[in-house]
Design a protein around this ligand. Structure first.
Ligand SMILES: Cc1cc2nc3c(=O)[nH]c(=O)nc-3n(C[C@H](O)[C@H](O)[C@H](O)COP(=O)(O)OP(=O)(O)OC[C@H]3O[C@@H](n4cnc5c(N)ncnc54)[C@H](O)[C@@H]3O)c2cc1C
Length: 381
């Protein structure tokens, strides 16, 4: 189906980014998976070519393009089965907090490094004791003169090893009666005394992603690192989570499309009982169903993206897109993997890795159950 979102400039950007993927990403993917993280140099090369924060204005060091270029980056990384190079998390989920809620001094201080890849970012909401229930975070930030003193631990934090800046969600008002109004977002730089990066976590998938624990022990941070107003953290998170959910949906659809395309090609080559397995009716019906699901998902996500970039606040649609596309991706990848037979279970086959990568998409950025809780609320149920 023809897509209407992109113009000629976007298509040119896609071609350039594809070349970057071939040159700077594909040759390193096996090594990145083995070492459990992407090379820092890859971030800097991406920044140097304008692939980080594509939407950021040039006065802050960005290339001054738009969110559609970000969408292209997400799609092309998914096409390359690169699930650990968290460019989108950085460019489209975390840096927007600095941009939207940072004051001018903070913008000048951090945004140019974020665009160049000198500063890799993380966001630390989840803790060992709480994930879905964000208002229950136990990390505290106590004001002491011109500083905040942060204590607590975070887990499952993407970019946890590579990060230079972490946006930490912490309680500045521990009174349970103010659970939602007591959360603030504070930017902590790597290297501050009291901030320790814990171990890189061993995961089912996303092997090249350095998801980690983070610890804060009497970590002193200047009050100038507070984003927005004290106690405004929960509202800021709620506002920005829509784009995060949409990014997950974009990646889920693109990954499914690639897996379906690769499976169609494989079934035409692989023979059983004297003919290509694509000639069995079961193969044809299943692959047609998979393709139909990805195209339906694509049409919906493109439409939600169009609304999103037009400035609409699409809470229901972003939540629905997130849970539907990630459930769909899991189902599609599982169906496709079956056509690879035993090879589909081998890690050297991208479909095996896509299977494991797909699983987490139903968990992070708000679980799919939480997406339904949100939609139900929107419906007044
Ligand atoms: C690879 C990976 C990367 C991640 N990256 C980050 C990151 O960079 N930063 C960050 O802060 N976090 C990150 N996370 C954490 C992720 O966002 C949380 O794991 C997720 O929000 C779920 O929280 P939880 O694990 O505590 O599960 P829980 O909240 O304990 O949920 C457990 C189960 O209970 C269900 N449940 C909970 N509440 C309800 C409800 N009200 N109604 C129905 N069901 C409910 C959930 O849907 C789930 O099935 C990452 C996680 C992973 C696995």
């Amino acid at each position: 189906m023809d897509r209407t979102l992109f113009d000629a400039d976007h298509e040119a950007f896609r071609q350039t980014f594809r070349q970057f993927v071939e040159r700077e990403i594909r040759p390193h993917q096996d090594r990145w998976r083995d070492q459990g993280q992407v090379d820092r140099e890859a971030w800097q090369k991406a920044g140097a070519q304008g692939f980080l924060c594509p939407w950021l204005e040039d006065k802050y060091g960005g290339p001054g393009a738009d969110f559609l270029c970000s969408m292209i980056v997400m799609e092309e990384l998914a096409r390359a089965y690169e699930s650990g190079f968290a460019m989108s998390l950085h460019s489209d989920i975390i840096v927007p907090y600095l941009y939207t809620f940072g004051n001018e001094a903070q913008r000048q201080r951090w945004l140019p490094g974020c665009a160049s890849g000198e500063l890799i970012t993380a966001i630390a909401m989840t803790e060992p004791g709480t994930g879905s229930d964000l208002a229950a975070v136990a990390t505290t930030a106590v004001r002491d003169g011109d500083d905040y003193v942060i204590n607590g631990s975070k887990t499952f934090i993407s970019n946890g090893q590579l990060c230079d800046l972490v946006i930490v969600a912490a309680k500045t008002d521990p009174d349970p009666a103010n659970a939602h109004k007591g959360i603030s977002l504070i930017v902590v730089e790597a290297g501050r005394p009291g901030f320790t990066k814990g171990k890189r976590l061993h995961k089912m998938g996303m092997a090249s992603q350095d998801t980690s624990e983070l610890f804060f022990e009497d970590c002193r941070v200047p009050a100038a690192n507070l984003l927005g107003v004290e106690g405004g953290g929960f509202l800021m998170l709620m506002q920005k989570l829509q784009q995060e959910r949409l990014c997950v949906a974009i990646g889920a659809v693109a990954a499914s499309e690639q897996v379906v395309a690769d499976t169609i090609a494989y079934t035409k080559e692989r023979k059983a009982f004297g003919k290509p397995i694509s000639k069995f009716q079961n193969t044809q019906f299943k692959l047609v169903e998979c393709l139909a699901k990805t195209e339906v998902g694509r049409a919906y996500v493109d439409q939600v993206v169009a609304g999103h970039i037009a400035g609409k606040y699409l809470v229901k649609e972003c939540s629905m897109a997130k849970f539907w596309t990630t459930d769909m991706a899991q189902e599609v990848v599982d169906t496709c993997l079956q056509f690879f037979g035993g090879y589909g279970y081998m890690l050297e086959y991208p479909v095996a890795r896509a299977f494991m990568d797909a699983r987490v998409q139903r968990i992070y950025a708000g679980t799919n159950e939480i997406m339904k809780v949100i939609v139900a609320k929107q419906l007044g149920l």
